[in-house]
Design a protein around this ligand. Structure first.
Ligand SMILES: *Cc1c(COP(=O)(O)O)cnc(C)c1O
Length: 456
């Protein structure tokens, strides 16, 4: 083609077989928009480079435009990276019971804010509260949209125009640009930093309280570790001091485990129960980190403070929805029934035995008749237990071009996210669900990973 006049009209493209197909799949308005935008681009290109695509290329361009606009971007993937709480991969996978609870309450109507006893308006705040107070020993509990929102609410509700003392070593930034000093500022609280990067003493806090600090804030380091010449008072020491002066202590635990990670050979991640027992006035933590539930921010602690927060205008703006509450209550029930390690995927991954992992890695290796099984490490991730690893076995592939190969893995359906280490591509069974094994193996087979040592 060498003349603009030969370009089909919008109407002709719309009436073509492909056009009818697009209208059926994407609706007429968007199809029109795609055709127009492709024709515009083609005309522009002709003016600049005197080049026109052939007729059938044209429909390919429209098709590409439509799928570029509409192909889904939120997709299920197979996580073979060995990072259990992978923030970029949606953190905690939900338990079967949590998924069923979402289905059961959200397919139709539910008692989100309805009291069946009286037939009157109820409150969404009750659904998880009893479970949370039973599990943690707290007087009250409040669930909001995520932990960043929980911290913002606590500080806005209790520390506005007040001085908040925090150790310099705890002025952390966690993923997604959440910075403790910025949240403090946003809440209207005044930051009083004490100590140095590596050391802070109880006397530093006492000095700050004497200077008028009304709130002591402690934030979990989450994603980094300070080692060497370090010092921080314990939470119990801080709480005792705070009690003496009548100020409150807020503990942002970040991940907030309900069960002890140390039983799996990991470092001890502070539990919510411990923080409350040490005397924290309020403890905040995430729903989708080590708790293993849906995205949520959970605040537990003193009844009077929780009551105050429930009435704060911000609480309405960051309230949790029915899907979250359904999944969260089902997740909490696993802890009540002492079956978290069996039913909650995050804990199942943590509790998986080395033998079980090795056996699966070897099965993959046998099936594909290539690669090898080697010892490696999984990580917990998700802003908990920094630098801590769990011993694992991985299926390791040596390929000619590892970067290219992992890019091919990402193009599979479902995409496979593997780990690159020392120019080998590693697949960790710890984060791959057994029911995904078949999909993983057929995906690898489709890339030519089978019975040969020189893939790609
Ligand atoms: C993860 C984390 C948060 C934020 O929690 P989200 O649920 O991701 O909003 C806040 N504080 C600490 C210490 C954290 O580790």
């Amino acid at each position: 083609m060498n003349d603009l006049k030969q370009l089909p009209s919008v109407e002709r493209l719309l009436q073509s077989e492909s056009g009818k197909d697009w209208v059926r799949r994407f609706g007429r308005p968007l199809t029109l928009e795609a055709i127009r935008s492709v024709l515009d681009a083609v005309r522009q290109n002709y003016r600049e480079k005197s080049f026109l695509p052939a007729g059938d290329e044209l429909s390919g361009l429209v098709e590409a435009q439509l799928s570029n606009w509409l192909s889904p971007t939120l997709l299920a993937v197979i996580n073979a990276s060995g990072v259990i709480l992978h923030t970029n991969l949606g953190r905690a996978p939900l338990s079967t019971a949590a998924l069923q609870a979402i289905q059961a309450t959200s397919r139709g109507y539910c008692t989100l804010e309805y009291d069946l006893e009286t037939g009157k308006r109820g409150t969404r705040l009750i659904h998880a509260e009893k479970l949370l107070t039973h599990l943690t020993g707290a007087q009250g509990a409040l669930v909001v949209n995520n932990n960043a929102a929980a911290v913002l609410l606590v500080l806005s509700g209790l520390a506005r125009r007040k001085r908040v003392v925090i150790a310099r070593s705890q002025l952390v930034e966690i993923g997604g640009g959440f910075r403790i000093p910025d949240v403090l500022k946003q809440s209207g609280a005044q930051l009083l930093e004490v100590g140095t990067t590596n050391r802070v003493h109880l006397s530093d806090y006492e000095e700050a309280i004497k200077q008028g600090a009304a709130v002591v804030l402690r934030a979990h380091h989450s994603n980094f570790k300070i080692i060497g010449f370090t010092q921080e008072p314990t939470l119990a020491e801080l709480c005792k001091l705070a009690e003496k002066y009548g100020v409150i202590v807020i503990d942002d635990l970040g991940s907030g485990a309900l069960i002890d990670t140390a039983q799996y050979g990991l470092a001890h991640e502070p539990t919510v129960q411990e923080s409350l027992a040490a005397g924290a006035s309020l403890v905040c933590f995430s729903g989708d980190k080590l708790l293993g539930g849906p995205q949520a921010g959970i605040i537990v602690g003193r009844a009077d403070l929780i009551g105050k927060l429930k009435k704060h205008p911000l609480a309405r703006a960051i309230r949790s929805d029915k899907l979250c509450l359904a999944a969260l209550t089902a997740t909490l029930m696993h802890y009540i029934k002492d079956e978290a390690q069996i039913q909650i995927p995050v804990w199942r991954s943590i509790a998986m035995t080395l033998e079980e992992i090795q056996e699966r890695a070897e099965r993959w290796c046998d099936f594909l008749r290539t690669g090898q099984v080697i010892a490696s490490n999984s990580t917990v991730g998700g802003g908990s237990l920094p630098e801590e690893t769990l011993p694992t076995y991985v299926f390791a592939l040596k390929v000619k071009s590892p970067q290219w190969f992992v890019a091919q893995l990402r193009k599979l359906s479902p995409p496979v996210i593997a780990r690159l280490e020392d120019d080998q591509v590693l697949f960790d069974p710890r984060t791959v669900f057994p029911e995904q094994d078949e999909m993983l193996l057929s995906g690898l087979k489709s890339l030519g990973v089978c019975d040969s040592s020189d893939v790609a």
